[in-house]
Design a protein around this ligand. Structure first.
Ligand code: MN
Length: 253
């Protein structure tokens, strides 16, 4: 495991965050406890300029090279995701209704907030989730998840085909999702921009257990216009152990 900071820390984090006023450090940190307390807790102190922080990668930049090259990972995390975090913190500094809220609370009642909060709060949640459901280590769906996949889609390949179709057909930028609906069923959906199925005004609502970023910034360096090729290759780096964990938790709640 090589932490991202080994490559990015000085150049990126100081470059991006060095100019932030000291007073902002006094903001509550509770919002950073959003998606994964462990990941948030690992986030670099230098990046703590508001309630939300960029989670570290749980693997090396080049670890997912079987599907995603290191340069794409570096820009995607260090520039794109960092920008969502920074912009969300700017909104939090302006709007006290955001302070003391977890990221899930904000996303779950997103219709109450501005477009900037929607785009950057959604972007922060989606990317934090995304890094966490990928791994260089091969794993398989749990027997429970596999049974549910078979029931809803006939087979794992059937689910993959439907998921790839959702990702390919999403016009412009967005995400493809495998979710657990309120009734405990698996469903595949897609969302535009940085929306997600947790949002109170989502067309298809549910708890994401798997999601792929189909913005061009996620794949363009290696795949250019071939989004379908990216979606196919991406299965090589899915962390099924984590997806299975999400599945079990979604059923519990
Ligand atoms: Mn992205």
């Amino acid at each position: 495991m090589r932490p991202l900071s080994a490559k990015l820390s000085k150049r990126h984090f100081l470059g991006w965050l060095g100019a932030v006023p000291v007073g902002m450090a006094a903001l509550k940190v509770v919002g950073g406890q959003g998606i994964s307390a462990a990941m948030a807790a690992e986030a670099p102190k230098a990046g703590t300029t508001g309630p939300f922080t960029l989670p570290k990668f749980p693997y090396a930049l080049d670890a997912l090279n079987g599907a995603i090259d290191a340069r794409t990972m570096e820009i995607h995390h260090g520039k794109h995701h960092q920008a969502y975090v920074d912009n969300l913190n700017k909104e939090a500094a302006k709007d006290s209704a955001l302070q003391g809220k977890t990221l899930e609370e904000i996303v779950g009642s997103i219709s109450k907030y501005s477009t900037a909060v929607r785009n950057n709060g959604g972007g922060h949640w989606n990317h934090s989730f995304f890094w966490d459901i990928m791994s260089p280590k091969a794993s398989e769906p749990s027997p429970e998840l596999m049974a549910a996949i078979n029931q809803s889609f006939g087979s794992l390949d059937g689910m993959k085909a439907k998921f790839e179709e959702a990702g390919t057909k999403q016009f412009g930028s967005g995400w493809a999702w495998l979710i657990v609906t309120k009734g405990g069923k698996l469903e595949i959906t897609s969302t535009p921009n940085q929306d997600n199925p947790l949002m109170d005004d989502a067309k298809v609502k549910g708890k994401p257990i798997l999601g792929n970023d189909v913005w061009e910034h996620a794949y363009y360096l290696r795949y250019q216009n071939k989004r379908g090729d990216y979606l196919k290759a991406w299965w090589k780096v899915v962390n099924w152990a984590k997806v299975s964990e999400h599945y079990a938790n979604a059923l519990k709640a």
